[in-house]
Structures are given as structure tokens and as C-alpha cells.
Design a protein around this ligand. Structure first.
Ligand SMILES: Cc1cc2nc3c(=O)[nH]c(=O)nc-3n(C[C@H](O)[C@H](O)[C@H](O)COP(=O)(O)OP(=O)(O)OC[C@H]3O[C@@H](n4cnc5c(N)ncnc54)[C@H](O)[C@@H]3O)c2cc1C
Length: 384
């Protein structure tokens, strides 16, 4: 037995393909979308054609027959160049399509997955509410059975991919009843875009991820057929815990990409930029920064790939996913800060990719479970 650090040939090929796409297609265009706070439909369409939205799904549903390792590889390469397109893919796959794949009926899978896998339609996952995200069990949105329908009332906030022209569905968590002890029964329900009473707010004005779509949603007597329930009634809490555990691996891969992108940009700049008559990279202070940044990105990659490998092999992966998410998001912030520092004043100018990376890094410590939540999960896994 040996521990093989190499990617299998098909994953290495995927990595190279996405690397070239990010370099040739995303890099030249994304800055302009970002400045205009515009959603990059053209790029997302191309990602759909490449099969990226179908990476971890079986071919019978229109997927590529890969797994979470493949998804992570693609996310890392995209985020090396830009995080808005990477989070659009991450949310579309991990939060939009994965709940349907894991918990949907055969009919729901046949209806939604081919479109989601092809990237023609984007899915979203509405868990967070204005009164709380970390305490997701405190959901206030309700869904009440009325004849053959669910009637949904409430609101959700910060929902990625929920208001684009190609958004097809949002899976929302809602309280559908009470257990004997009075605690809420939380269920997941598919709400197709355009359902009467389902209103999508204007895009938020965000610090980063400016070419991705994030909205507030409100539900006022929204009626959907009873058949839109995802899985069993009352299983919503367990379902989103599973979805978030997996999603953390994807976010960790994305964060690793951002951290590596900071190294790429900074090494290039350190060789070009001259101060006191020589390249700034000839100073040991800069070299040590670069070495530390590379060390962090490398360790982060090992961490997310380890968690993904456990998931793919059917082993417990909750703790490893939390460790990877916590570490990678914190080092992404560190690397983005150092990359900006190495770029001096130019690092504060939006035309430089590191400025975008700096603005995009912070949310990684917040979304899909804050750093505090990850530490809580890790401590719980340690038995304390
Ligand atoms: C750009 C963006 C995109 C997003 N996309 C989605 C999406 O697609 N779907 C979705 O459902 N949500 C989404 N979110 C929401 C995100 O997951 C939440 O913002 C996040 O989980 C934190 O929840 P909160 O904002 O309510 O913070 P809170 O839960 O109010 O936390 C505030 C602070 O208190 C800390 N805290 C809370 N409880 C404890 C505790 N017990 N111990 C110690 N510290 C604690 C937190 O760590 C945090 O620092 C998105 C958010 C953003 C900004």
C-alpha cells in the first residue's frame, strides 16, 4: 500500500482544461463584470457547455459521472483567477442541484437534474433568514398543508444564484409542524422561480463576489404542489447538515484557489516591480512572505483533498470538512492581505486581480458556516 499524491489522469486533464478556461476566458473579462456588479451569463453558459455544473452527478441525469474531488479541482482552478464564477458554480452544484440529487424522488431528479447539470438552469438553497444563519434550526419560514399544496410564508436572506435570469428553483427550509416536545419539524421544499407570491429582491450591494448573484427572498402565501417536498417531512434539518458538510469541502477548494491565485499574482509582481533599483522579490522580507503564502496554499490543498477523498470513499468526513473549510478560509484571508501588501498601492486598485481577491476572501470565513461554527463542529467531533 502506498499513499499516492498524484491526481488520476482524468482529474489532471480536468484541472488543465479548467486552468486554461480560467486563464483564457475568465481572466480577460471578469474584471469588467465585477466593476459593473453584473452576472457573467456568457461565462456561466460556457461553463455549462463544458459540463462543470454536472461534474459530480451520474451521466443518467446529464452529469459527467465524477465526484466531489472533480468538483473541488474545478473550483480551485476557477478561484485561482476569480471567485465570483467559482461561487456561482459551487452554489449551483453543492446547494442548488445536490439536495435534489440526494433527497429528491426519481421524478424530481428527472425533472431538474438534466437542466441543472447543463447549466441552462441554476438552482439555489434558501436556508439563512434575516434573524439568523448560524442557528439554522431557528427557521421562521412556515409551510402549511392546504389540500394538495404547501402554502409558504416567510423570508430568506443572502441567497446565492436566487435571482438570475436562468434561476429555475430555490429549495427552501420551512417549519411544517411541531414535534411532541414542541421543537420545530423542518422540511425542505422546492419552489420554482416565478411562483406567484415568491418575490426576489434586488441584488445586494456587496464588498466582494460582485459578479455573483445574492438576493433576499420573500414568500407570501406561495403555493406549490405537495409533491415539491424534498424527501420526508421533518428531515430538512438533517438534510441541510449533510449538504453543508459536503459544501464545506467545495468552499475549502475554492478558498485554496484564491490563496494560490494570490501566490501566482504576487510572484509575478515581485519579479517585475523594482524599488531601490532592484526587483522587490530580491528582498528576503518579500521572499519570506511568498514562501509562507505558498506553504499555506499547499497545506490547504492537502486538507480539502483529504476531506474530499474521505467523502468519495464513503468514510466519515464531517470533521475533516470543517478543518479544511476553517483552515483554507483563514489562510485565504491571510494570503489576500499579503498579496495586496506586496503590490503596494497598485494592490488597492481594482484593476489588479489581488484587489478583487482581497475583497472576495473575507466572506469565505462567513459563508456555509462561520469560522466559529467550524470550531464548534471540530470541538464536538473531539468529544468536548
Ligand atoms: C455573499 C453571501 C452568500 C450567501 N449565500 C447563501 C446561500 O446561498 N444560502 C444560504 O442559506 N445562506 C447563504 N449565506 C448566508 C451565510 O451562510 C450566513 O451569513 C452565515 O451562515 C452566518 O449567518 P449570519 O449572517 O446570520 O450570522 P450570525 O449567525 O448572526 O452570526 C454572527 C456572528 O456570531 C457568531 N456566532 C453565532 N453563534 C455563535 C456561537 N454559538 N458561538 C460563537 N459565535 C457565534 C458567528 O460566528 C458570527 O461571527 C450567504 C451569505 C453571504 C454574505
Amino acid at each position: 500500500m502506498s499513499l499516492d499524491h498524484r491526481l488520476p489522469a482524468e482529474l489532471e486533464e480536468l484541472r488543465r482544461t479548467v486552468e486554461a478556461f480560467a486563464h483564457d476566458v475568465v481572466a480577460p473579462k471578469i474584471g469588467e463584470y465585477y466593476e459593473r456588479h453584473a452576472f457573467p451569463y456568457e461565462i456561466v453558459q460556457e461553463m455549462g457547455r463544458m459540463g462543470l455544473f454536472g461534474l459530480p452527478f451520474p451521466e443518467e441525469y446529464g452529469g459527467m459521472g465524477g465526484d466531489y474531488l472533480a468538483l473541488g479541482i474545478a473550483l480551485e482552478e476557477l478561484a485561482r483567477v476569480d471567485s465570483s464564477v467559482a461561487i456561482t458554480l459551487e452554489a449551483g452544484v453543492s446547494l442548488g442541484a445536490m439536495p435534489v440529487y440526494h433527497f429528491g424522488t426519481e421524478e424530481q431528479k428527472r425533472e431538474w437534474l438534466p437542466k441543472l447539470c447543463g447549466g441552462e438552469v441554476l438552482g439555489a438553497f434558501g436556508l439563512t433568514e434575516p434573524d439568523g444563519g448560524s442557528d439554522a434550526g431557528a427557521t421562521r419560514t412556515t409551510a402549511v398543508r392546504d389540500g394538495g399544496d404547501w402554502v409558504i410564508n416567510g423570508s430568506k436572506c443572502f441567497i446565492t444564484n436566487s435571482g438570475t435570469d436562468i434561476t429555475g428553483l430555490v429549495t427552501v427550509t420551512a417549519v411544517t409542524g411541531r414535534k411532541d416536545d414542541g421543537s420545530p419539524l423542518i422540511s425542505s421544499i422546492i419552489v420554482p422561480s416565478g411562483t406567484p407570491g415568491f418575490t426576489v429582491g434586488a441584488p445586494y450591494s456587496k464588498v466582494g463576489w460582485n459578479a455573483s448573484d445574492t438576493r433576499e427572498l420573500s414568500f407570501s402565501d406561495v403555493r406549490v404542489p405537495a409533491a415539491n417536498l424534498l424527501g420526508e417531512e421533518g428531515r430538512g434539518y438533517a438534510q441541510f447538515l449533510r449538504i453543508l458538510d459536503e459544501g464545506r469541502i467545495a468552499i475549502a477548494a475554492l478558498a485554496t484557489g484564491l490563496a494560490q491565485g494570490c501566490v501566482d499574482e504576487s510572484v509575478r509582481y515581485a519579479k517585475e516591480r523594482k524599488a531601490f533599483g532592484r526587483p522587490i522579490g530580491s528582498n528576503q522580507a518579500i521572499q519570506f512572505k511568498l514562501a509562507d503564502m505558498e506553504m499555506r496554499a499547499h497545506t490547504s490543498r492537502l486538507s480539502w483533498r483529504h476531506a474530499a477523498s474521505r467523502l468519495v470513499h464513503g468514510e466519515p468526513f464531517k470533521k475533516e470538512a470543517a478543518l479544511a473549510k476553517l483552515y483554507s478560509s483563514e489562510i485565504a484571508v491571510d494570503n489576500a492581505r499579503e498579496a495586496t501588501q506586496i503590490h503596494g498601492g497598485y494592490g488597492f486598485m481594482n484593476e489588479y486581480p489581488v484587489a478583487r481577491m482581497w475583497r472576495d476572501a473575507k466572506i469565505l470565513e462567513i459563508g456555509e458556516g462561520t469560522s466559529e461554527v467550524q470550531r464548534m463542529l471540530i470541538a464536538r467531533e473531539l468529544g468536548v
